[in-house]
Ligand binder design. Structure first.
Ligand SMILES: Nc1nc2c([nH]c(=O)n2[C@H]2C[C@H](O)[C@@H](COP(=O)(O)OP(=O)(O)OP(=O)(O)O)O2)c(=O)[nH]1
Length: 185
């Protein structure tokens, strides 16, 4: 093989590996527990999103399904057991300068056992749905929460610069119908 062929092949491989990095995804879960007119949020005490109110969730670990991860994180973060979960949407996040996309699978549930309890990661508190503390939450939340509260399903994409500024976003509402029919165990 002549030198320029080798160089061409190396260049192709380099581009392919670059592409693989560009599309790498981290899969996470997020669970919102609701009861009439209220939603349970947790104050994140450490790590990603520290100091902000959020639902409960985290990374999907090797060998578990997304649903298993969602239930495990809810249990670990506020000691609640989800008997059923309803899939309501997917949130994709890109951060400028970071090739990894965060793929967050969003669920709601009314069907939980246990008492919300503070853990080392989260401090849970019920909020009236007209008093959700959006000023102390991820900035995208005020854009998609209304869809969740209406019972719509949706998928969304957000491009962030840092953790406070949204440069671009897109929300596609998949269905306006109530998601009561799609509960999963
Ligand atoms: N509401 C909301 N939640 C978000 C956003 N971005 C984002 O990653 N999340 C969620 C997804 C996860 O539930 C959580 C981040 O998970 P994490 O990094 O703390 O995961 P983990 O508990 O497995 O982490 P670790 O500390 O155990 O390593 O935040 C956002 O913009 N808005």
């Amino acid at each position: 093989m002549i030198k320029s062929d080798i160089l061409n092949q190396l260049q192709t491989l380099w581009k392919l590996s670059d592409w693989a990095v560009m599309v790498s995804r981290k899969v996470l879960t997020l669970v919102l527990v609701t009861r009439p007119n209220q939603v349970l949020l947790g104050m994140k005490k450490r790590g990603f999103g520290e100091g902000w109110w959020n639902g409960f969730g985290g990374k999907v670990e090797k060998g578990e399904t997304i649903i298993e991860a969602a239930k495990r994180e809810l249990q670990e973060e506020c000691c609640l057991t989800a008997n059923t979960l309803t899939e309501v949407g997917q949130l994709d996040f890109e951060f400028v300068g970071d090739p990894q996309i965060l793929e967050v699978h969003l669920f709601t549930t009314k069907d939980v056992s246990g008492v919300p309890t503070e853990t080392s990661e989260m401090k849970p508190q019920w909020f009236d749905i007209d008093k959700i503390p959006f000023h102390k939450m991820w900035p995208d939340d005020k854009l998609w929460f209304p869809h969740v509260l209406k019972g719509s399903k949706f998928s969304a994409f957000f491009l962030f610069e840092g953790h406070h500024k949204i440069l671009k976003h897109k929300i596609d509402v998949v269905t306006e119908q109530s998601h009561i029919d799609s509960e999963v165990k």
